[in-house]
Design a protein around this ligand. Structure first.
Ligand code: SAH
Length: 395
């Protein structure tokens, strides 16, 4: 195993078990570890610090795996981490209300670069680091042993693979080709998922708890679900006796699946309007038409992919929220989210306060949202916390 030396003064994060070491924090590497090899990280005095995946193509040159020198990071080590992560989802799945969730969440489950989502009997994986790519045959075998899935499909089409110098990939890894439409259950609602063709890995299961909380406020209300995708919030609100729900998304295929999902749950189509449009444009159209709502949900895609994009993203979030506030009846509810890791809750609250001022409104924060238990946040890796939201009453 090749030794990599940490520069003087860079020990703190490693000692605190942060799993990333940036390329600028290490001395020129002697020997030639291949990308994805496991190396030993030593401090400048030669003391052991951690084992980790090496990749000289990535800004994150090392992804740390193990801080105990006496523990061997071998195939067994990876199988143990997979088994622990899968077992951690038992409580969530055992209720029978939900059969789709994230089984493995990368660094937050001690497996840097591995994401595994469960869709009923099918698994979708994303492999985002070269180290994880090398160990994938072992991971696949362990997933098969533990879960006996009908299929394991590779959905590694994330841009982050390119940062690691890896090509995107979209292939069947094990089992039979998943059908074009897989039926899953979440909060006792049914959804058709297109694993091979859907966005990301097909479904945004990180909003599971929040859909329930929001829907609890929907009874009798006229709801607008912006960035609805295949209807996560829409279905829960209709199921909870919303008076009417308008769903907005720019994706034709998402809207198509949303219509299927309404049928699948035998919900009242007469109470539902689907509009395929750009949210920013359509909110302005509603304003011109004098359309008002009792509750608006804003679940936009990630506006700030990095910290440097935060200022610009904050302005986009502010503008979006300002427009939504203007469309609410007095005392109406705004459920607003940001899935940008770079935006923390404090900043998000400031953005909403800023939007309220611009809209000439007063806002009460009546609830705060976060990501659910199958998207854990590791205390040594705050970067894993990305989803936040606010339930606001707007006057
Ligand atoms: N709320 C959804 C998940 C939203 S994901 C759920 O509960 O499942 C973000 C969605 O925003 C995607 O479906 C994408 O198609 C849509 N989108 C992105 N930019 C958009 C825009 N400018 N106008 C409308 N929809 C947009």
């Amino acid at each position: 195993m090749i030794d990599v030396i940490l520069k003087k003064g860079k020990e703190k994060a490693v000692l605190h078990h942060h799993p990333w070491v940036f390329s600028g924090a290490i001395e020129p590497v002697k020997g030639k570890p291949a990308n994805g090899d496991i190396v030993r990280l030593l401090n400048i005095k030669g003391d052991f610090m951690a084992y980790g995946f090496y990749n000289d193509k990535s800004r994150v040159a090392l992804r740390l795996l193990e801080w105990d020198e006496g523990v061997t990071v071998d195939e067994d080590w990876f199988c143990r981490k997979v088994a622990v992560a899968v077992a951690g989802r038992n409580d969530l799945l055992s209720s029978g209300e939900t059969n789709t969730c994230r089984l493995i969440f990368s660094e937050s489950d001690f497996l840097p670069g591995l994401i595994v989502d469960k869709y009923a009997d099918h698994l979708a994986v994303q492999v985002l680091t070269s180290g994880m790519e090398k160990i994938m045959p072992v991971i696949i075998e362990e997933l098969q042993r533990l879960l006996k899935p009908a299929s394991i499909f590779d959905k590694s089409d994330a841009a982050s693979r390119l940062h690691e110098g890896m090509e995107t990939s979209n292939i069947l890894l094990a089992g039979v080709e998943p059908p074009g439409s897989v039926e899953v259950k979440e909060n006792n609602m049914l959804y058709n998922i297109n694993i091979a063709g859907g966005q990301k890995s097909g479904f945004y299961c990180d909003q599971r708890d929040n859909r329930k909380i929001v829907a609890a406020h929907a009874k009798g209300k006229k709801v607008l679900d912006c960035f609805c995708y295949t209807g996560g919030f829409t279905l829960n609100c209709l199921n909870n006796d919303a008076a009417a729900v308008t769903s907005l998304d720019s994706s034709a295929s998402a809207m198509e699946t949303l219509r299927e999902n309404i049928g699948l749950n035998k919900l009242d189509v007469k109470k539902h309007i689907a509009i395929q449009a750009d949210v920013n444009k359509q909110l302005r159209v509603f304003r011109e038409e004098g359309e008002q709502f009792d509750m608006i949900i804003l679940d936009p895609p990630k506006y700030a992919p990095s910290r440097s994009a935060l200022d610009r993203a904050s302005r986009a979030y502010k503008d979006l929220n300002r427009l939504a506030m203007l469309l609410l009846n007095g005392g109406g509810l705004l459920a607003t989210y940001s899935c940008s890791g770079a935006m923390n809750m404090e900043t998000f609250k400031q953005v909403i306060a800023w939007a309220a001022l611009d809209a000439g409104k007063q806002v009460q924060f009546i609830n705060q949202f976060c990501q659910p238990e199958d998207h854990p946040v590791r205390s040594s890796f705050p970067e894993g916390e990305y989803l936040k939201g606010l339930l606001c009453r707007v006057f």
